[in-house]
Design a protein around this ligand. Structure first.
Ligand code: B12
Ligand code: SF4
Length: 483
């Protein structure tokens, strides 16, 4: 699991890396497996490569899920190859899947596994590392790229093994503030088609659930092993896709009488329609729901094909609060076509939305999203450095310049976390909401501290030792020339 995001996320919220843990479980019957989660462990590619090579791997797989991990991933592949020219390197994940040519371009990465990887990886290992001809794989042959056919999706995802959490035994690092966090994936995909999102294309428009029994087996195994208070985070894109299943899961959780808290990601419109199910979520100890609010500007929501309405968002917030469930609202500035006045309107709205955690991002054309395809075709992507696809920087024509975007964003954050309402609410009785707000405030201050350190680093010229791909290629050529 690579690192690379330079805006601080890895430093203050690290949830367990479900992708590599799940792949580890499927690879284990065929090979000895070691996992390395490099997030939050510094950006020194050379040092990471030394540590990985010291384990004498026969093959290395890198999970390239998010855009800001791209440069690090390619630099890591290159650093590994400089040390061991014969080492087969695989890349998979959301960003890898939709960026095959770029990932394979330097020749350091041998193959890209497209889409969900459990079966493909197991087959590659079972075939002694030979990926040629396999479905779901793209590889280089001579100078050309060969794309194997798409691999059919796993129909019954109950067949996906539980993540091999024991392969990363130090679980204390997976936390947000005071909470220990463990992720569980209970479904795959999403039926909606927001233009800025890649999920629909990654899962080919399908939503596939795990059965309630399968989900609860995983919940039970985490609860059995956990010591103190903890959060179980359902990492599904829209946990509320099948609202009856949500109720069933909540009823099963209530039966456990555990002290754990639960978080999930869910659409506000799905929740607003079913107050009875939100009540069950409250009984089951759901402490936070992450929901995409984006903007109050109806025109922009429509262009982005978000669906739902602001009224439903407000209804859902009221409903969640009534059952002592915190709202983690995500907002988007710079949606395509947004005018500077509309950006200000969104920023002004954020502190009034009554959320307990606010996350503000800049609309970013991620590969696999319709926004990416359209913007690319129209020549509207103005940024080429993947490090800038960090969801806080402008990357599209027409978006406000970084300085203005930052100013709006910072003002909105201060408006949320330093508002009288928010600060006074911290002194109310210790409810879920209250705890979440304290956590959010703690994270907010660590972010401010991170920004101060980053500014200082820039001021005094400290640099991360991360090579750009062209620098890495030059270094490899130089090393080859010497040997
Ligand atoms: C949970 C989650 C988080 C959590 C935990 C992140 C984590 N890395 O574990 C938190 C909240 C911290 C988070 C943060 C961010 N996230 Co996030 N996150 C997710 C989410 C919802 C689920 C990830 C997950 O656990 N999936 C379940 C596992 C089993 O699947 P998987 O990881 O995709 O792995 C499978 C395949 O991809 C493939 N595979 C993956 N890697 C490899 C490697 C090899 C070798 C092989 C063979 C196969 C393979 O096989 C796996 C099994 O099928 C995804 C959306 C999604 N549904 O995937 C977004 C998603 C990955 N996140 C995204 C983003 C943008 C971010 C942030 C940058 C947001 C921000 N503004 O800061 C940060 C980045 C932080 C970071 N360090 O990664 C985007 C990335 C899009 C992109 N191309 O950039 C996604 C796709 C959501 C979206 N559509 O916008 N995220
Ligand atoms: S943003 Fe959320 S609701 Fe929209 S398509 Fe992506 S996962 Fe689905």
């Amino acid at each position: 699991m690579p690192t690379g995001l330079q805006v601080g996320y890895d430093e203050y919220f690290s949830s367990s890396p479900l992708g590599i843990e799940t792949l580890g479980a499927h690879a284990r019957p065929h090979a000895e497996v070691a996992l390395a989660d490099l997030r939050g462990a510094g950006h020194d590619v050379e040092a990471h490569a030394d540590r990985l090579i010291a384990q004498r791997p026969d093959m290395v797989g890198i999970s390239l899920n998010s855009a800001p991990h791209t440069r690090f991933t390619l630099a890591l592949a290159s650093a590994l190859k400089r040390r061991r020219g014969d080492l087969p390197i695989l890349v998979g994940g959301q960003q890898g899947t939709f960026l095959v040519e770029e990932v394979l371009a330097s020749g350091d990465v041998g193959a890209v596994v497209r889409g969900e990887g459990e079966r493909t990886l197991a087959e590659i290992i079972a075939r002694g590392g030979d990926w040629r001809g396999l479905a779901g794989v793209s590889w280089r042959s001579g100078g050309a790229i060969v794309n194997g056919p798409d691999r059919p999706l796993i129909d019954d995802i109950d067949e996906v093994l539980a993540p091999a959490r024991d392969l990363l035994p130090d679980r204390s690092r997976y936390r947000m503030g005071a909470y220990r966090v463990e992720g569980i994936e209970t479904s795959r995909g999403c039926r909606f088609r927001c233009s800025f999102c890649s999920i629909r294309n990654f899962h080919r428009g399908r939503w596939r659930p795990k059965s309630v029994a399968r989900v609860m087996r995983e919940v039970d195994s985490i609860l059995e092993r956990s010591g103190g208070p903890m959060v179980i985070y359902f990492a599904d894109d829209n946990f509320a896709t099948d609202i009856r299943r949500v109720e069933e899961i909540c009823r099963a959780i209530v039966e456990r009488r555990s002290k754990a808290y639960f978080w999930c990601q869910a659409r506000a419109d799905s929740l607003a329609r079913r107050p009875d199910v939100v009540e069950w979520m409250g009984k089951a100890h759901f402490a936070a729901v992450l929901t995409g609010i984006e903007t109050p500007v109806a025109r922009l929501l429509k262009t982005a094909r978000k669906g739902g309405s602001l009224e439903q968002v407000q209804q859902a917030i009221k409903l969640l609060h009534a059952h002592d469930i915190g709202v983690w609202g995500t907002f988007t500035l710079g949606l395509p076509g947004e005018t500077p006045e509309e950006a200000k309107e969104t920023a002004r709205y954020i502190p009034t939305a009554n959320v307990d955690v606010a996350q503000i991002t800049v609309a970013t054309p991620i590969p696999g999203s319709d926004l990416y395809e359209q913007a690319k075709a129209a020549g509207e992507i103005v940024e080429t450095d993947w490090d800038r696809f960090d969801f806080t920087s402008p990357t599209l024509k027409g978006q406000l310049p970084k300085r203005e975007m930052d100013a709006l964003m910072h003002k909105a954050y201060l408006g949320v976390y330093l508002s009288r309402r928010f600060l006074l609410s911290l002194f109310s009785s210790r409810t879920n909401l209250n705890r979440l707000r304290r956590t959010a405030l703690g994270v907010f201050w660590s972010w401010i501290w991170f920004l101060i350190r980053e500014r200082a680093a820039r001021l005094f010229g400290w640099r991360h030792r991360m090579l750009a791909p062209h620098e890495a290629a030059a270094a490899r050529r130089a090393a080859e020339a010497t040997t």
